[in-house]
Design a protein around this ligand. Sequence first.
Ligand code: ADE
Length: 336
Amino acid sequence: VNVALDQQADLLPYNPNYEFPRERLKLGRPLGCGAFGRVVRAEASAPLYCAIDDSRKQKTKDTTTVAVKMVKQGSELSQVKALISELKILMHIGKHLNVVNLLGACTTNLSNEELLVIVEYCRYGNLRSHLLKQRENFVDQVDHLKDTLDFTIGVKDYHQLEYNAKEITTRDLVCWSYQVARGMQYLASRRIVHADLAARNILLADHNVVKICDFGLARNLYSYANYLKKSDEPLPIKWMAIESIRDRIFSTETDVWSFGVVMWEFFTLAMTPYPGIPKDEFFMQRLIKGHRLEKPQYATSEIYNIMQKCWDKNSSRRPNFSDLENDIDKILEDNV
Ligand code: ADE
């Protein structure tokens, strides 16, 4: 049964414990700019008992660097509503290492009615930009003659635990894929459909930890109902499953399709999917006929195989996120 659950986030409660005093937030430079949202860096000076201070009773640093999401000035009410629903979804999600966690929100006593959503700051920004920036510093650990991985290639001190964000290795790409699968498995267990999973919506934090963000399109689903989206919003066609493009159905299975595209982005070092193919009405026809993304230059057949399974036209034949987590974990374990 497909049920339109567009308004579902409206039904989620607002938890006032997250309320953060606006005067303790100092906004800084912009971090990114989405279709309707704006994200800036900020410093939060945490008082003793407030949403932002994880340890609550323990006073640690005076200030914490955070990321603050807001709608652009002069935005329409619908965009403010979208941020409110994202806020409620973040509250509903709860904490997971591989999801950008909500730290607080400013919803009351606003001078110019700005709604602010405060989330964890991730130092290296989104993985698409990061991969593009660090392309020159990529260490290819695939033995292309044998089509195998060797994670010792290019690593001078193999036991160095310190993560060097400038130098990206094939092992990092596998490790990020694994972490995204874990984060998505958590979201799926909470019955959240992301609906916009892409490398631009995955952030890199310290210690090589990646975090899924941007729940602007996410919807909270109940039971087996698939979410049908409104028809007037722009859609990330090249990341979408056939049934999402054709019928605007979004489900955990369509998130799995997008996950395959994300892995493809990782192993091409952030190429744009289907290079040279326009996002027109024929795009979906090509997918229906069986056209798929080609094997990325930096993937082995084993890794490409995992992506291909995500793009099965039959959604019930796709792996689920816990299958993906296990398959990718195996690649990490077999190649220590
Ligand atoms: N860009 C968008 N969100 C961000 C965040 N939470 N941290 C760093 N950069 C970001």
